[in-house]
Design a protein around this ligand. Sequence first.
Ligand code: GLP
Length: 244
Amino acid sequence: MPIQVKICDIPDDVARAAASKIAALIRQKPDAVLGLATGSTPVRTYAELVQMNREGLSFSRLTTFNLDEYWGLDGGHPQSYRYFMNHTFFDGTDIQLWNTHVPNGMAVDADLECRAFETGIRACGGVDLWLLGIGRNGHIAFNEPGCAPDSRTRLVDLTESTIAANSRFFERVEDVPKQALTAGIATICDARRILLLATGKDKARAIARAVQGVPHPSCPASFLQTHSDCTFILDREAASVVSD
Ligand code: GLP
């Protein structure tokens, strides 16, 4: 199934389009299960959703699962993805924090934590919509180039390029964790719908490969072509290498 591509003029339009799709799902299914992402791209989408929540759209019955977490970071660490989600989204809404699930980067046993994460998704009936970003090298969550399409939640090593890209959020590049827990490609593709957001020219090559390249481990996002309901919402810059 080809990936559906929606091109917006500017990043704010991407956020508005994404938030309105998520809001439509919540109106139709107030107890929806959402898959969520971190990174700078979805920040504006979360701001839109916080505003909708203030204006009356209740999130109190939602359940959420986040894609990934740095291995070795506690949820109270300002660069952890749990901290990011609480501060960027959850704390500004009526979402029940105990219904939000971010892999625990301090778990004693990574394998057990990953299995519990997968079981949790199944126990909630599966993810209705998974919101994704994309890395410059085509990674989704922390599924780096070389990953398998049947991969599940696991502990992975981060590539040098991802460590370098994410070092902008840390004081020093040495502070960026070298490993992470991440949902796998198969975990993500089990979701009933997938919505990937990308903005800026840094993402243009990865987007073109994901949408128009042959599905291949060298660009993990290209595996999304195997999903039957996957939409990319892009700004003009991120869409600039996609050909008609
Ligand atoms: C990290 C996250 C990904 C995210 C990517 C891009 O590596 N694990 O889920 O898609 O960053 O982030 P940004 O949106 O800041 O470009």
